[in-house]
Design a binder for this molecule. Sequence first.
Ligand code: DGL
Length: 283
Amino acid sequence: MSIGVFDSGVGGLTVHRKLVDRFPDADLIYLADQANTPYGGRAGPEIVDLTRAGCERLFAEGCDLIVLACNTAAGIALRRLQQTWLPGCRQSLGRAVNVLGIIVPTIEAATGLPWEHEAERRGEKVEKLDILAVFCTPATAASRVYEIEIDKRRQDVAVFAEPCPDLAGMIETGAGAAELAQAVNRHVTAIATRIGRAPDRAILGCTHYEIVADLFRAALPPGTPLIHQPDATADALERYFQRHPEFASGRAGVRRFLTTGRPGAQHSLVETFWGGPLSFERA
Ligand code: DGL
């Protein structure tokens, strides 16, 4: 069985990298929808349609399990697709397939609680507020998914989302370090101004941002803990395989990279992060 990894562009490679490390024998097919990236400024129905098209493509390539390594796709489209599209899709494919996201694992990592846990002690006096910043795309920020889901589980955590409309596109096109650092600094300053102080912790809530995690580390106060989605997703997938042995992760170590955009090599910022040359085929 192959595992599909989907993102609007190169951001999901940060998750893919961790999956390669964690499951070296797994057959992985990565799909970047670079013809339509970035998703972050698009309307909800468009994000749903594009995400469905990406999943259809990966199922057609033989994937049985897909990881949406994109907060925007997972936050806006996943539930809708699971409820309205996947059941019929399983029927027409005649096999067990599934699509997972990265927001649930991230919220589990941020709260230290399993997803099933919802707070029973609502209304209790909160002694200390842990301020958690989420840097993300405008679509993810508008969905308020992190605020809503974390608030259900932890009343002592206050979530502030900072939409960064420019950043994924800049990373996608390989902007220079100085330009990227300036953009990251601007967003870190903006959120600290809005909160009235620096956050205690931060989620890089767009998979592209993991590529410039060092710039976030440099812009935030020294030692600010970052919640890393690639690690959280690999942990969650490992637990998923234990619960669902019907989804074995493959054994030939296949690595294919597909793009709806321009095939060939990716720019050096991405290849340096991934740790080797990446050649994309036309999807
Ligand atoms: N990497 C994506 C995310 O995690 C999407 C970025 C974009 O296409 O705007 O949200």
